[in-house]
Design a protein around this ligand. Sequence first.
Ligand code: ADP
Ligand code: TYD
Length: 210
Amino acid sequence: MKNRGKFIVFEGIDGSGKSTQMKLLAKKLEEKGIKTRLTLEPTYGLVGGTLHDILSGKIKADPKVTAALFVADRLDHLTNAEDGVLKSLEEGETVICDRYYFSSYAYQSTEVSSEWVVEANRLCAETLRPDVTLFVDISPKTAMERILANRDTIEIYETEEKLTKVRDAYFAAFEKMKDCENVKIINGERTVEEIAEDIGKYSLENIFQI
Ligand code: ADP
Ligand code: TYD
């Protein structure tokens, strides 16, 4: 039987540089012979498609419904018989995921009771905890500058005021979960290369012990 792959999650407020950094980490791991898959939440599956329409403002939903849809999308992402994360891990692939339940703890907790959000995600946490959650930290001001400079469309959480609340909610969740979660805070206000060096070194030494 193959060794189970590692599950590495990137978190951060919108525009923090997650997708840039996860690709660079995957490249570094592949160079070391570690088979790696990149994935993201919300997915582009059935539930994820609805979430993308809610995030863009195309359809409106009560925040409680949005929170529940994120849980449903996450469970499908984990357990899907064709391309679920659990299947990839069992096959020995390392999975790097853009966002997981800490995104719900942070974003949905600004609108729905945080206890409820954590409880609704309990099945996900019990099924699969990340080997590490890498939180790429930037200020909401920098986030908005990057989003406005690089995108034509703005999503529902993308204002400086909302991202400030989300960032605070991330740190509150990290503090609350410090005994059961491995979270590494990465200073995201450096050059792409400096951040990648930091993440690569941390991951190889601490997650893969090489
Ligand atoms: P996310 O996936 O977290 O939304 P991205 O990786 O898409 O973030 O980055 C958001 C924008 O910021 C992109 O235009 C990207 O090129 C730019 N960017 C990423 N990392 C940095 C960095 N360290 N410094 C400056 N700009 C960056
Ligand atoms: P994403 O496409 O990663 O946005 P960005 O690249 O700008 O960081 O995520 C889309 C949005 O979905 C983002 O605003 C955060 C939100 N989101 C939640 O509110 N809850 C969740 O559980 C997840 C996974 C994402």
